[in-house]
Write a protein that binds this ligand. Structure first.
Ligand code: SAH
Length: 213
């Protein structure tokens, strides 16, 4: 059920849905998504759906992981990337195989511990994690040429806009959990000017601010 054949089938499905970047498809084909999911759900790891990972959170749908990654890399591979919302650690694992360095921030320590363990187990050494509120970004390593946010704020946090390098790209779902959420691509044109494009309708857990646990 976690065989190469089921993974190949997932990649076929991603192609059908419009993912064209071969680098992304290859990484999706060879990253063991089942290791980032509870054993009881591992048999569903290569279905194109989001799944619960505990603490009321979810691992994103593979199509959305592929889409966000493809959009982020469309104009070239950045030297490093900031992810907000480590969750299971799957998205950061995918990124780490395409981008030299991945910084990722998570507010729930239990999830972060599991994610780190998974990264260690599969030998990914270019992922740097931090337990904190990601709506503040991770100022130590700013400015970022690429930012990916995997939880939805109602409004894009100022700190994340400030930490985006000029020419940098941010992929972020924006909207309410009950209502409409849109995946946006933000490009920083200059110090004060940002371009905004709307991509897909999506459904993410909310980006919570304030507390960590
Ligand atoms: N990228 C993840 C998807 C995780 S779901 C994966 O590949 O599995 C979104 C995650 O964002 C959750 O784990 C949630 O705890 C986290 N999150 C929500 N608000 C946050 C915040 N303000 N700072 C950091 N992480 C946050």
């Amino acid at each position: 059920m976690t065989s190469q054949r089921t993974r190949d089938r997932l990649v076929d499905r991603l192609r059908e849905k419009g993912i064209t970047d071969e680098r992304v498809l290859e990484v999706m084909r060879t990253t063991p998504r089942h290791l980032f999911i509870d054993e009881a759900l591992a048999h569903r790891a290569y279905e194109d759906s989001s799944l619960p990972i505990g603490q009321g959170q979810t691992i994103s749908q593979p199509y959305i992981v592929a889409r966000m990654t493809e959009v982020l890399l469309e104009k070239g591979v950045p030297d490093f990337v900031l992810e907000v919302g480590t969750g299971s650690g799957y998205q950061s694992a995918v990124l780490s195989r395409l981008v030299p360095k991945v910084y990722t921030v998570e507010r729930i320590s239990g999830l972060l511990d599991k994610a780190r363990q998974c990264h260690r187990e599969i030998g990914l050494r270019n992922i740097y994690t931090k337990h904190s509120d990601g709506s503040w970004g991770w100022p130590d390593h700013a400015l970022y040429p690429a930012i990916m946010v995997t939880a939805a704020p109602e409004k894009i946090p100022e700190s994340l806009l400030e930490q985006l390098a000029i020419g940098g790209r941010m992929v972020i779902p924006v909207g309410t959990v009950a209502g409409d959420q849109q995946l946006k691509l933000i490009t920083r044109i200059s110090a004060t000017n940002f371009d905004e494009q709307t991509l897909n309708a999506v459904r993410f857990v909310p980006l919570l601010d304030g507390s960590i646990r």
